[in-house]
Each structure stands twice: as structure tokens, then as C-alpha cells.
Design a protein around this ligand. Structure first.
Ligand code: HEC
Ligand code: HEC
Ligand code: HEC
Ligand code: HEC
Length: 450
């Protein structure tokens, strides 16, 4: 109990330190009018629609976020609110329009979370990457990767920083605000993985229309602008099927992993058989799952079913991270965590293997493996008042036979039906065709005569 109190006291002190700086840890203190509401970006209608469906647009008003924010703020006597809001509502924080969990005073642009005009006034990183380390230059100049952009309504500037993964890493690496332990490490996972070495950045997978690297994506960046060989989309789709862009998230989840089964094709009845199931992270540029992994759920089910549909054996593997506190208790909440107790997620291009053993029955069995994903546990979603669906990411099955005869029997085409079966039907169709043909011919002859 004493250590919990001390923890809260340290958090409160940290919060006070932030409050004394110009704004929340060095972000500029500026009115929200510094940032245009997204509706002002009317010339970029397609980009606006993409962004509006994304979790970036909902980062501050997201019911799951507000639910967790309330828990975090309460558990730490109000110390954590400003920390959380910095990333989920940077405009609200810079403008001082959010207090703890109360966003009722937030202006339209502040409620728009990670909004267009915030990202496009970012110029770099302040200090160590992560924990909202964005450097904002609130001068109204819109920065992006285009070198020749000319706009009738605002100043533009080329920004190489927008093409870098560090742009995203400013917010997609989250450390504990007091003890510094790594809580969310999507950027670092990418940086240490194979995609960084290939020069494939976050933008190549998350700011494109389809899953994977969809380049080139020709189009216009603005109404009245020139046709360009490649433009980025403001989709930022990930795995959030319940609250984000459902179709795009589902597409990405299905492209992220492959499941395969290795098992002998023929096993003597009564003998022990072993199936090896491998899940490979083929599509995600970071661990699978990534981000808020103590909340995200990804699990594999393996089932062995006999010819009567009865389950002979089954197993389940949940992937994720489990956090522990100073006393080693686990799982614990983010704010109580000092270290990771366990982590069995799948690295980019890496695999995870499970085995299942079963006694072979007389005829045949089917081994079925399926991988599922859900952004948040059912109970948490219920408390937050949202519906979070489960997505099937991949599914495979393989048959095992008790003998070569059994396999041949299963492979043989079904016996031809007798009597007026398919053959009979064909005869009828042929007869009907002859009859219709005769009528048409008769009709044509009659017309010619007339
Ligand atoms: C999370 C930050 C972020 C948000 C939010 C965001 N953008 Fe972007 N935008 C970028 C980045 C980064 C690039 C450049 C990508 C690259 O070069 O790799 C970009 C590129 C652009 C471009 C250049 C043309 C193109 O499509 O490639 C335009 C125009 C643009 N964004 C407009 C918008 C508008 C309008 C919105 C809101 C409706 C928006 N952006 C929201 C980060 C953001
Ligand atoms: C100012 C901070 C910030 C920046 C910069 C930022 N993000 Fe995010 N991003 C967030 C937050 C906060 C969320 C979570 C919102 C939520 O789910 O409530 C998020 C969510 C996401 C998601 C998850 C969507 C889903 O369906 O689960 C993806 C993908 C993503 N961001 C990609 C990017 C990429 C790519 C970049 C760089 C071009 C980027 N972000 C830059 C703060 C940021
Ligand atoms: C090779 C393509 C690829 C690259 C590169 C990549 N991602 Fe992803 N990302 C994916 C796929 C596929 C998913 C969906 C599966 C999942 O949730 O992990 C995803 C999911 C996400 C999610 C949602 C996680 C969740 O479960 O809610 C976030 C956030 C994210 N990526 C951010 C980033 C950031 C930030 C970078 C760069 C540092 C990046 N991604 C690089 C392919 C990529
Ligand atoms: C440095 C940036 C940052 C900070 C600070 C931060 N978050 Fe997040 N948060 C993110 C990003 C990025 C994601 C998306 C990651 C993913 O998709 O897995 C996210 C996702 C979430 C989600 C999932 C939302 C959904 O709809 O699935 C919740 C809940 C959440 N954060 C709560 C919090 C709370 C509570 C705090 C404060 C204790 C906090 N966050 C602090 C960046 C941040």
C-alpha cells in the first residue's frame, strides 16, 4: 500500500513539474485558433474523408480512450490526465482546453484529436523520441513531402521530416512518465526490424489505399492541383475494426499474418499424432500485435475434429504483453507497471509455433487453425459502451487419414447419381433445347414465306 502511495506522490510531482513549464512538457502554449478545423481543408476532400474515418480524428473523443483516461486519472489522483491528453488531444492541451477527463470546453479543432493542421505544422522532434516529442511551429505554414505545392489559401513548405518514421515515432513510442519503462514501442520495433533496413517506413503501409506497400498511388493532392505520380492517403488504418475505418482495418489484419499446419498425412489408428502450427507475421512492420498490447487481443485456436464432427483435441494461444508492478504482481495497469512480465508477440517477418498432440481415431480427422484479433476485451468495451468485433485474420485446415485407403476414398469423386439424377437432367435440358430450336426454326421459315 505504501509503495502505491509513493507512486501516486511521484506522479503528482511530475504533473506539477509539467504544469509549471510553459505548457505540457514544452509543447507551445497557443490558442486553438492556431490550428484550422479539419473542415477548413475543403480543397482536399478525399484526404478529409480518409482522415475522418481514422482513429487520429477520434483520438480524443474515442469512448475507449475516455474510459481508460478516467481510470488512469482516478488511480493517480489526477496526475496522469495531462500526460494522456498530450498525445490523444495535442491541440486541446496546447490551448488549455482540457482538464483531466473533461473535454466539454474543447473547441472543434481540439476535439479533432490528431488533426490535419497539427501534423502539418510539425517540424521535428524535441529531445528524446516518444511521449509526444513533436516540435510544433505554429506559423500557419503547411508542411509535407511535396516540393512544388502552391496553394491559393495557405503557405506551403517542403518537409523531409514528414517522410520519416520518426515523424510517427514522436507519438508511437510511449514510455512510463515516471519510471521510464517502455509501454508502447511500435517505432522501436520497426526501427530494430527488417523493414527499416529496407527503407520501408510507416507511411508506406499506413498512408496508402491498400494493405502492404501500395506504391505508386497516382492522383491529385488537392482539387485544382496537378495529377501526381504518387500521393499519400490520410487513412492511417491499423487494426481498429470497431471504431476506425472498418473495411481498411479488416483488410490490414487479414494481410498481417499467415498460418500453416504441418502434420503427417497418414497416421495409424490409435497412434499419437502431432500437428505443428506456425503463425508468421508477414505484413506488419512491427510486432504483431503492437501498440497497446496489454489491451489488444490476438489469439490462435487449433482444433482436431473427427469425421462425426467431435473435437478430439484443442488448444488456444493468446499473444501479448503482460505488465508487472514493483512487487512482481501481474497483470497490472499501465500506471502501476515497472517492467514487462512476459511478451510472446511475433516480430516482423518472425514466426511463433505451437504443437498439438492427439490419438488418431479410425477414419480421418481435420486439423483446423484460426487466428483472431480484437482491439479490446469484451468487458472493457462493454464498460466503455462500444461494440468491438472479432476479426478472423487467417484460417487453414489439413486432413489426416488413418490409412492410404481412407485417403483415396476421401479423394475419389462422389459416385454418379442414379436414374433421373444429373444425367437425367442433362437429357431433359437437351430435349428442351431441341424442342425450342424446332419452334424457332419453324417461326423463321414461316416469316420467310410471309
Ligand atoms: C498524423 C499526421 C497527419 C494527419 C492527421 C494528416 N496528415 Fe497529411 N500528411 C502527413 C504526412 C506525414 C504526409 C507526407 C507523407 C510522406 O511523404 O511520406 C502528408 C501528406 C499530405 C499532403 C500532400 C499530398 C499527399 O497526399 O501526399 C496533403 C495535401 C495532406 N497531407 C493534407 C492533409 C489533410 C487535408 C489532412 C486532414 C483532412 C491531413 N493531411 C491529415 C501527415 C498527416
Ligand atoms: C500527435 C501524435 C501522433 C502522431 C504524430 C501520429 N500518431 Fe498515429 N495515433 C496517435 C494516437 C493517440 C492514436 C490512437 C487513437 C485512438 O485509438 O484513440 C493513433 C493511432 C494510429 C493508428 C491505429 C489505427 C487503428 O486502426 O488501430 C495508426 C495505424 C497510426 N496511428 C499511424 C500513424 C502513422 C503512420 C503516423 C505517422 C505518419 C502517425 N500515426 C503519427 C497519435 C499520433
Ligand atoms: C510493412 C507494412 C507496415 C509498416 C512498415 C508499418 N506497419 Fe503498422 N501495421 C501494419 C499492419 C498490416 C497492421 C495491422 C496488424 C496489426 O494490428 O499489427 C499494422 C498495425 C498498426 C497499428 C495498430 C495496432 C493495433 O493493434 O491497434 C499501429 C498503431 C501501427 N501499425 C503503427 C505503425 C507505425 C507507427 C509504423 C512505423 C514506425 C508502422 N506501423 C509501420 C503494417 C505496417
Ligand atoms: C505518446 C503518445 C501517447 C500517450 C502519452 C498515451 N497514448 Fe494512448 N495511444 C497512443 C497510440 C499511438 C495508440 C494506438 C496504439 C495502437 O493502436 O495499439 C493509443 C491507443 C490508446 C487506446 C486504445 C483506443 C482504442 O480505441 O483502441 C487507449 C484506451 C489509450 N491509448 C489510453 C491511453 C491512456 C489512458 C493514456 C494515459 C495513461 C494514454 N493512452 C497515453 C498514444 C499515446
Amino acid at each position: 500500500m505504501r509503495s502505491v502511495k509513493r507512486h501516486v506522490a511521484v506522479l503528482a510531482l511530475a504533473a506539477a513539474t509539467w504544469a509549471m513549464s510553459t505548457s505540457v512538457w514544452g509543447l507551445p502554449s497557443v490558442p486553438s485558433s492556431t490550428f484550422e478545423p479539419a473542415e477548413g481543408c475543403g480543397c482536399h476532400a478525399a484526404l478529409y474523408d480518409q482522415w475522418q474515418a481514422s482513429m487520429h480524428a477520434k483520438a480524443l473523443t474515442d469512448p475507449l480512450y475516455l474510459y481508460k483516461l478516467a481510470e488512469a486519472d482516478k488511480a493517480t489522483n489526477g496526475a496522469l490526465g495531462p500526460f494522456c491528453n498530450g498525445c490523444h488531444g495535442p491541440v486541446a492541451v496546447m490551448a488549455g482546453e482540457v482538464r483531466g477527463t473533461d473535454i466539454s470546453k474543447a473547441s472543434q479543432q481540439a476535439r479533432q484529436g490528431v488533426t490535419c493542421d497539427l501534423c502539418h505544422q510539425v517540424v521535428g522532434t524535441r529531445g528524446k523520441l516518444g511521449n509526444t516529442s513533436i516540435e510544433v511551429q505554429p506559423d500557419g505554414v503547411k508542411r509535407a513531402q511535396l516540393k512544388d505545392a502552391v496553394s491559393p489559401s495557405h503557405a506551403t513548405a517542403y518537409s523531409a521530416f514528414h517522410e520519416s518514421a520518426e515523424f510517427c515515432g514522436n507519438c508511437h513510442n510511449v514510455d512510463h512518465p515516471v519510471n521510464g519503462m517502455h509501454l508502447e514501442m511500435t517505432y522501436t520495433e520497426w526501427k530494430n526490424g527488417p523493414y527499416a533496413k529496407q527503407g520501408i517506413v510507416c507511411q508506406d503501409c499506413h498512408m496508402t489505399p491498400g494493405p502492404g506497400v501500395t506504391k505508386p498511388n497516382p492522383g491529385k493532392a488537392a482539387a485544382g492541383g496537378p495529377e501526381r505520380p504518387h500521393i499519400y492517403t490520410m487513412t492511417f488504418a491499423g487494426g481498429n475494426v470497431g471504431l476506425g475505418d472498418a473495411a481498411r482495418a479488416e483488410e490490414r489484419l487479414k494481410a498481417a499474418a499467415e498460418v500453416s499446419i504441418e502434420v503427417p498425412e497418414i497416421v495409424q489408428p490409435g497412434a499419437q499424432a502431432v500437428a505443428t502450427v506456425t503463425v508468421t507475421n508477414v505484413g506488419a512492420g512491427h510486432y504483431l500485435p503492437t501498440g497497446l498490447t496489454e489491451v489488444r487481443q490476438m489469439w490462435l485456436t487449433v482444433e482436431v475434429v473427427d469425421t462425426a464432427g467431435k473435437t478430439v483435441a484443442s488448444t488456444r494461444h493468446d499473444y501479448g504483453t503482460v505488465l508487472k508492478d514493483a512487487k512482481g504482481n501481474h497483470p497490472v495497469e499501465l500506471w502501476d507497471a515497472v517492467a514487462i512480465h512476459s511478451d510472446d508477440r511475433i516480430p516482423p517477418k518472425g514466426s511463433s509455433t505451437d504443437t498439438i498432440a492427439f490419438a488418431m481415431p479410425n477414419a480421418a480427422v481435420t486439423v483446423r487453425a484460426a487466428l483472431y484479433y480484437r482491439s479490446a476485451p469484451e468487458e472493457m468495451a462493454k464498460k466503455a459502451g462500444v461494440e468491438i468485433p472479432t476479426t478472423e485474420m487467417a484460417k487453414v485446415e489439413k486432413a489426416v487419414y488413418a490409412s492410404a485407403d481412407e485417403k483415396a476414398r476421401a479423394a475419389a469423386p462422389p459416385a454418379p447419381p442414379s436414374g433421373a439424377g444429373a444425367g437425367g437432367l442433362l437429357t431433359w435440358i437437351a430435349a428442351a433445347a431441341v424442342l425450342v430450336g424446332g419452334i424457332v426454326a419453324g417461326f423463321l421459315i414461316a416469316r420467310k414465306r410471309a
